[in-house]
Write a protein that binds this ligand. Structure first.
Ligand code: NIG
Ligand code: FE
Length: 410
């Protein structure tokens, strides 16, 4: 199948054949090669060739799309989500408006434990149907690859149920999906006084089965005061590594809790959240291959301070952005809205924000060889926008709240 897109107003993040970038860091995050008035040819889902309309060769195509007034971009890679969940938590949203904090709600048995109760009561096929509907919705706003976590089971059966739902999504969805094992998301009620018992359950019972069935690509831990401390995180990540699971962890959301440092020590692919990042965390990340991933949607929805993106970029580091789509701290998987937050609140330029959720998102899922930029030989995993009032990169985060994505090509 050959698909030709002609008259593209702006072909964004397009790399030449000699380019070897695997992620963009520091000042390079402002680099985004764009070609005006362009064409692109995809063959069997792979980018075959592209160029300027002035040099359009004669090609046979099965489908031709007129890109007049539209952008074509590499699809978003959303590298951190909890898209598989059983029920919304709008009651807690109201509790927070009335003054309760996210931590206070968690201490009262709400939050993640609330989601675990609902998930364990739902059968696997209903969980799958709900999750598939959410996946379809985020694909419609341009998400072309996604990571999904377990972590609302908090028991062997519940965690396996979530991971099997993710496996079914992987098998049936048109886009690449990676899964992370997050049993260490919260201590379940029955282990509140026996934390050692829950750690042993994860390490001795859950991990062997999860790894044995090939259900996870990564190992995640909510490393935070009041959840899993640094020694526990280290122990869990070392146990995961024995099964070949690299870490991708929740770190430094609520406090300067040492999560970034333990992630870097354990060779994490990424450390995610990073509301609380200072000089020590930046120093730990410098020289490492661990991707700092910021989740401003959670800071927005919980009314917390935003991640210091400028400090991280200005130190020469890369920044990745992801939605954190989940029923508690960010019930939205909408990447265009995330881009607006990144620009207005984190003071990232549109180029930086789009690099953060394309090539750097791909790097945070170890998919940078096949996704994240428009390059001959990479997957034709593309966003086609609607005709835009101003066909510029900045228009996408500027025109917030409006859906400018016409379709995902994948
Ligand atoms: O990334 N912080 C930990 N986990 C999720 C939220 C989980 C929840 O509240 O359901 C997050 O924000
Ligand atoms: Fe999360």
């Amino acid at each position: 199948m050959r698909l030709l897109i002609t008259n593209i107003a702006l072909l964004c993040n397009a790399e030449g054949p000699a380019s070897l970038i695997s992620r963009r860091s520091g000042a390079e995050m402002s680099v985004m090669p764009c070609m005006p008035d362009a064409w692109l040819l995809a063959e069997n889902g792979i980018i075959h060739s592209f160029g300027s309309m002035a040099g359009l060769p004669e090609v046979h195509a099965d489908v031709v799309i007129d890109g007049t007034g539209r952008l074509v971009l590499p699809a978003w890679v959303d590298s951190h989500t909890h898209l598989v969940f059983a029920a919304p938590r709008d009651g807690e949203f109201v509790d927070r408006i009335k003054g309760l904090s996210y931590e206070e709600i968690a201490r009262r048995g709400g939050g993640i434990l609330n989601s675990a109760r609902r998930l364990n009561a739902m059968d696997e096929s209903e969980l799958y149907d709900q999750s598939l509907a959410r996946l379809d919705a985020v694909m419609a706003t341009g998400t072309g690859a996604i990571e999904i976590k377990s972590g609302y089971g908090l028991c062997l059966e519940g965690e396996l149920k979530m991971l099997r739902v993710i496996r079914r999504l992987k098998e049936n969805a048109a886009i690449p999906i990676k899964s992370s094992f997050l049993a260490a998301h919260a201590y379940p009620v029955e282990y509140k006084e026996n934390k050692e018992g829950y750690l042993n359950l994860i390490i001795d019972k859950m991990l062997p089965q999860v790894a044995g069935e090939g259900l996870a690509d990564y190992m995640d831990v909510f490393c935070e005061e009041g959840f899993f401390g640094v020694p526990e995180t280290e122990r869990l990540l070392e146990a995961g590594a024995k099964y070949g699971l690299r870490p991708k962890i929740h770190a430094n959301q609520l406090y300067h809790s040492g999560g970034v440092q333990v992630g870097v020590r354990q060779n994490a692919v990424s450390v995610d959240h990073l509301e609380c990042v200072g000089d020590a965390e930046v120093a730990a990340l410098t020289g490492s291959s661990t991707m700092p991933t910021l989740l401003p949607g959670a800071a927005f929805f919980l009314g917390m301070h935003y991640q210091p993106a400028r400090k991280i970029i200005d130190a020469g580091l890369p920044v990745c952005l992801a939605t954190d789509y989940n029923p508690g701290s960010c019930p939205s998987g909408n990447v265009p809205l995330l881009l607006t937050l990144a620009c207005t609140q984190l003071k990232m330029s549109p180029e930086e924000a789009i690099n953060a959720v394309t090539i750097n998102g791909a790097a945070a899922l170890e998919l940078e060889k096949e996704l994240g930029t428009i390059k001959v030989g990479k997957r034709a995993n593309l966003i086609l926008t609607k005709p835009l009032a101003s066909p510029s990169l900045a228009y996408l985060p500027y025109d917030y709240g409006n859906n400018n994505i016409e379709r995902l090509i994948c």
